[in-house]
Design a protein around this ligand. Structure first.
Ligand code: GLC
Length: 493
C-alpha cells in the first residue's frame, strides 16, 4: 500500500492568520483541499505581530535551529507554535506551524508598516524558508515527499533544499507557485553571503539577473515544477509584455510550467450561510435576498435610494488592479442612475482620487479606504456588477467571490479573468459576465454600458447571475490537479 503523501507548504500568508491578498486565501484553502483528498499537509508561516492566532495551540518543547548565513553565529533559534490539526475522513491531515521569532516578525505588518517596506525582508523570509524545512524534517521522519513553496518569499525553501541541506533534501521534489510575477525578491549581490546561498548559483541561469540576485528566478530554475495560478497567465508570463523581465528565463523552463486555476473555499464563502450578511440567499432566492442586501449596503455606506444598478469593486489599490481605468467612468455611470462602491487600500495617488470622487458625487459614490473582509462580503452580496479592470491578473479571486454571491463580473480579458469569466450573450443564454477586450478606459466603458443595458432586463440579468452562482468555482478540480502533480513527482523521486 502506498503511504499517504506528505506535503510541506511554505507561505508568507495564510488567510485565517495573516493576509494582504489572494495568496493567503489560496494557501489556506488549497492546503485544506489537498488534505481532504488524502494527504498530510504541513503549512509553515511566520508568527507576525499581526497574526490572529487561535487559542487552541501548543508550543513545541524545543526551539528549532535555523541557519541563515555562513558564519558560525548565523543561526537563529525560533520557537514553533502549532495549531490544532484538521483531520479528514480520507485520513488526510492539515497542520499549521508558525515560526516564532519576535526579532524578525513581531511587528505591525507582514511586509512593511506605514513607514515603508521592512529593510530586512530577505532575512525574514530566509528564516521562514529554512525554518520550514527544519520543521518538516522534525515533524516527519524522512522529511516531506514534496516541498510546495509559494511566491518569492518562499523561494529559498526550494533553493536551500536543493543546494545546502544534504543529499536527502536535494532529492526531495519541489513545486514553486508564482502568484504574482511582479514581486521577485531582488537583492544586492552581497546578500548571497549573508543568506547561506552558494556563490556558485550566481549565474544568469539561476540567481543572477540584470546585475542583481533574483530569488524568484532561482526558485523557478531549481524547482521540479513551476505552477502559476491560471492557464492564461502561464502563457502570458512567457511573453515580454507579461514576463516582468523573466520571460526569456521562463521560456527556457516552459516544459515544467503549468497553469492551474485557483478555486475559492465555497463552504466559507456561501451567501446562504454567511454570518456577515443581514440577509442570506442561494441561487433560488437571490433576487429577494440580494435586493435586501443592496438596500442594507446603501444605508451602511450612506448612498441615496434609487432603482439603478450598483457597480462595486473590492481591491488592492495598485496599478495592477486598474482602478484608474474606471475612475473616469463614475460621472457617466452616475448620470445613468448607477451607484458606485469601492472598498480597498493601497497607493496614495489612487486613494486620493477615489476619496475626491466620493466628495464629488455624494450619495452616489461611496469609497471605503480599508481592508475589510466582512464589508467585502456584503459588497459581493449587494452589487449588481463587480468591476475587475486589472492590467494583469494571475488569477484573481474577487471575480469568483462576486459570482458566488450573485454579482455579475465586468473584467478585462487578461490572465485568470480570461479563464474564469465567459462573456455573456445579449439574450443571457450564455456566459457569466462582461469582458473588456483590453485594459483601457474605452473598453471598460463599453463593457459598463453593455451592463447598464442588460440591467433593464430582469430575466437576462437573472440568467447570467444564476449561471455565475452555480459555476463550479470550488477547489475540487484544481486540488485534484495539484495532487496529481505531487503524485507524479513523488513517483519519479
Ligand atoms: C496574487 C495575484 C492574484 C491571485 C492571487 C492568488 O494576489 O495578484 O491574481 O489570484 O495571488 O493566487
Amino acid at each position: 500500500m502506498s503511504h499517504t503523501p506528505r506535503i510541506l507548504m511554505v507561505s508568507s500568508e495564510v488567510e485565517s492568520l495573516a493576509r494582504t491578498g489572494g495568496l493567503g486565501d489560496v494557501v489556506e484553502a488549497l492546503s485544506l483541499a489537498v488534505a481532504r483528498g488524502g494527504a498530510h499537509v504541513i503549512v509553515v508561516t511566520p508568527l507576525y505581530g499581526v497574526s490572529r492566532v487561535p487559542k487552541e495551540r501548543t508550543r513545541w518543547p524545543r526551539a528549532v535551529p535555523v541557519r541563515h548565513g555562513w558564519g558560525a553565529d548565523d543561526v537563529r533559534h525560533p520557537g514553533v507554535v502549532e495549531l490544532e490539526t484538521t483531520h479528514f475522513p480520507s485520513g488526510g491531515t492539515r497542520r499549521i506551524c508558525l515560526i516564532d521569532d519576535p526579532g524578525l516578525y513581531a511587528r505591525s505588518g507582514i511586509y512593511g508598516d506605514p513607514w515603508g517596506t521592512f529593510g530586512d525582508n530577505a532575512l525574514r523570509f530566509a528564516v521562514l524558508s529554512r525554518g520550514a524545512l527544519e520543521i518538516a524534517g522534525r515533524a516527519w521522519d524522512g522529511g516531506p515527499d514534496v516541498i510546495h513553496a509559494h511566491d518569492w518569499h518562499a523561494s529559498l525553501a526550494v533553493i536551500y533544499a536543493r543546494t545546502v541541506m544534504g543529499e536527502r533534501w536535494a532529492r526531495t521534489p519541489s513545486v514553486f507557485t508564482i502568484h504574482n510575477l511582479s514581486f521577485q525578491g531582488v537583492l544586492g549581490e552581497h546578500m548571497v553571503d549573508q543568506l547561506h546561498v552558494p556563490r556558485s548559483l550566481l549565474t544568469p541561469s539561476v540567481l543572477w539577473h540584470e546585475g542583481q540576485v533574483n530569488l524568484m528566478k532561482g526558485a523557478t530554475a531549481l524547482a521540479d515544477r513551476v505552477t502559476t495560478v491560471s492557464p492564461t497567465y502561464a502563457r502570458e508570463i512567457l511573453t515580454p509584455e507579461g514576463g516582468f523581465g523573466l520571460d526569456e528565463h521562463l521560456r527556457a523552463h516552459s516544459a515544467k510550467l503549468v497553469g492551474i486555476v485557483n478555486g475559492i473555499d465555497t463552504e466559507r464563502f456561501d451567501p446562504a450561510k454567511d454570518g456577515c450578511l443581514g440577509f442570506r440567499f442561494d441561487a433560488g432566492t437571490a433576487s429577494h435576498g440580494r435586493a435586501a442586501c443592496k438596500k442594507a449596503l446603501r444605508a451602511e455606506l450612506g448612498l441615496a435610494d434609487g432603482d439603478g444598478p450598483l457597480f462595486a469593486t473590492v481591491s488592492r489599490l495598485t496599478w495592477q488592479k486598474g482602478i484608474d481605468l474606471v475612475l473616469p467612468l463614475f460621472a457617466d455611470l452616475v448620470s445613468r442612475g448607477a451607484k458606485v462602491v469601492v472598498v480597498g487600500q493601497g497607493e496614495t495617488w489612487l486613494e486620493d482620487q477615489l476619496v475626491s470622487a466620493q466628495a464629488r458625487f455624494p450619495g452616489d459614490v461611496a469609497v471605503r479606504i480599508a481592508f475589510d473582509p466582512a464589508l467585502s462580503r456584503r459588497v459581493y452580496a449587494a452589487a449588481d456588477f463587480f468591476l475587475v479592470p486589472s492590467r494583469f491578473e494571475p488569477c484573481g479571486l474577487t471575480q469568483l467571490y462576486a459570482m458566488r454571491y450573485g454579482a455579475i463580473p465586468i473584467v478585462t480579458d487578461v490572465g485568470g479573468l480570461h479563464d474564469t469569466v465567459q462573456p455573456a450573450s445579449a439574450d443571457g443564454g450564455a456566459g457569466t459576465g462582461f469582458v473588456a477586450p483590453r485594459a483601457e478606459v474605452g473598453a471598460m466603458r463599453a463593457a459598463c454600458v453593455a451592463a447598464c443595458e442588460v440591467f433593464g432586463d430582469r430575466e437576462v440579468m437573472a440568467k447570467i447571475r444564476s449561471r455565475g452562482m452555480q459555476a463550479d468555482v470550488s477547489w475540487n478540480a484544481p486540488a485534484r490537479e495539484y495532487r496529481a502533480l505531487y503524485e507524479t513527482l513523488r513517483r519519479h523521486a
